[in-house]
Design a protein around this ligand. Structure first.
Ligand code: PEP
Length: 344
């Protein structure tokens, strides 16, 4: 069951709901999103019914949810959510969700200050509103470039500050949670870690948005259940990212499951973006797949760019150079309004 609090519910009212549930031996998880707080209940549904939670102050609704993922399910909250990244007293933040189409772009891996600044400037000039960049790099081969770690985080934050773009970067280990949150505005869980439950719990406990990529072999239900882990720990600011799944097809490293976008949007209120770069692994496919993402109703795209893709330390064949990211951004500006979305 899920208790939806009114937008103006106070902490005391939320605590009162939690105590009432815990007093009868149930579990209650509070999740706070930008616009609402919800409390997920685990335990005996008949006992919960007898508590009359709906009558409590600050409670808007109590809903029985039949899916294994409750807090992220659309059954409990019919309107789609918007996640705001990088909001502070100095800046309004970047919205990802219905009505917007958001371009996230940047280098696959941070290689040096010059490379990151140049890539960030390419992204900004093309119209990106969020800067991506890898500091801790997951790779299938241990021989591949694994990232500069902490120094890359510093560089990325500097590139973000220089361009005014909030920063998103991948976290691979729960022990790095304080370090990565110090530098990033949004934390990415990569495909390989989608079911790393310690990591999901860790990002669920912080007050920063999470970009949750779909695991390469994950079903939609497994993906949404992973999001539920994050939500259950208290963080509802989750953006899902479809990045292709493994199929028998060998022409690309993964097959972009474009149907997952409307499927997930029907099942969950969370925003969904698409990563055409890692799905295709091929620069020539990034633009057509980004167009498909816009057409299918995605809330944004995540794109690798590099000032000199041929010299990139990793994933050069999939990175866009300056003219290519400009072409992609111009396609977004033309197509997104046709689907009632404004670019952020
Ligand atoms: C990435 O975005 O840098 C990345 C490695 O993607 P994925 O986890 O989807 O492979």
């Amino acid at each position: 069951m899920v208790v939806v609090m009114t937008p103006d519910a106070s902490d005391t009212q939320v605590d009162a709901v939690v105590s009432r549930v815990r007093n009868i031996g149930g579990e209650a998880f509070v999740s706070r999103g930008v616009r609402r707080t919800i409390v997920g209940l685990i335990g005996d549904v008949d006992q919960f019914r007898a508590l009359n939670l709906r009558r409590m102050a600050g409670v808007a609704d109590v809903i029985r949810v039949s899916t294994p993922y409750k807090l992220v399910s659309r059954e409990h909250y019919p309107s789609r959510s918007t996640v705001v990244v990088g909001q502070s007293s100095e800046r309004p933040g970047v919205s990802i969700g219905p009505g917007f189409f958001t371009l996230l772009a940047g280098p696959c891996a941070v290689e040096s200050l010059d490379q990151a600044l140049e890539a960030a400037e390419m992204a900004r000039a093309a119209g990106a509103s969020l800067l991506r960049g890898g500091a801790f790099r997951p790779h299938t081969s241990p021989q591949a470039f694994r990232g500069l770690g902490k120094s890359a985080l510093r560089i990325l934050a500097e590139a973000g500050a220089a361009t005014g773009l909030p920063v998103v970067t991948e976290i691979m280990d729960a022990k790095d949670i304080d370090l990565v949150s110090e530098y990033a505005d949004m934390l990415q869980i990569g495909a390989r870690n989608m079911q790393n439950y310690a990591l999901l719990d860790a990002v669920g406990r912080i007050a920063k948005p999470v970009l949750l990529k779909r695991g390469i072999q994950a079903t939609v239900e497994e993906w949404l259940s992973a999001a539920e882990y994050v939500a259950q720990r208290g963080n509802l600011d989750i953006v899902l990212c479809e990045r292709g799944i493994r199929t028998f097809e060998q022409a690309t490293p993964a097959t972009l499951d474009i149907s997952a976008v409307p499927t997930v949007q029907r099942l969950s209120h969370l925003p969904v973006i698409v990563d055409p770069t890692h799905a295709s692994g091929r620069r020539d496919l990034v633009l057509p797949l980004a167009r498909a993402a816009i057409a299918v109703g995605a809330d944004g795209v995540l794109i690798d760019v590099h000032p000199d893709p041929d010299s990139a330390l990793c994933d050069g064949p999939q990175a866009l150079a300056g003219s290519e990211i400009r072409e992609l951004a111009s396609a977004i500006r033309r197509l997104a309004p046709l689907l009632d979305r404004r670019t952020t």
